[in-house]
Design a protein around this ligand. Sequence first.
Ligand SMILES: [Zn+2]
Length: 195
Amino acid sequence: MRIVIDGGHSGSPDPGAVNARTGLQEADVALLVSKLVESQLLAAGHEVKLTRTEWEQAETDDLSYRTSLANDWGADIFVSIHCNSAASPSAAGYEVWTSPGDTPGDVLATCIYKQIAAEFPDRVGRPDYSDGDPDKESRFYVLVHTDAPACLVEMAFISNDEEAALLSDAAWQERYARAIVRGVTDYAALKTNAE
Ligand SMILES: [Zn+2]
């Protein structure tokens, strides 16, 4: 499988969400986790491209750079990695997003959501089961403009001090990457069995 991992935001000038107390930046965490996902997927025998490989990459401010990278390569799977943020410091938990409607991205998102839930039973999931599966839906640019099945993972709330501490922990990042990778490989196995 050809898999594109999209670390959200671009560092400078767009750090994404920032923890008010520690200054931890979403773009930093997203890049670190996307690199961990890359190395684990490579070890599992997949082909992988990252949309971001460095802290500052101005061209990635243009989201069409990210989707073109996936579309031009003929990616089979696209996963965007983010940290959530809210005005309420107590907001917590993980979400997986897809574009609206019933798409192959829903199947991918369900595989990843289930693996995050299995790895982190102590964290709260924020699902939307109104259409029968746990993903939330929105017309996020990278989800709408990617040809491959795509989803976006909001790992945890960087605005929540407890979750920000987890997001900055190397061992927790490694576990999170492993959960995402298991979800991706579950999806890849479904696809392979269906062919
Ligand atoms: Zn983000």
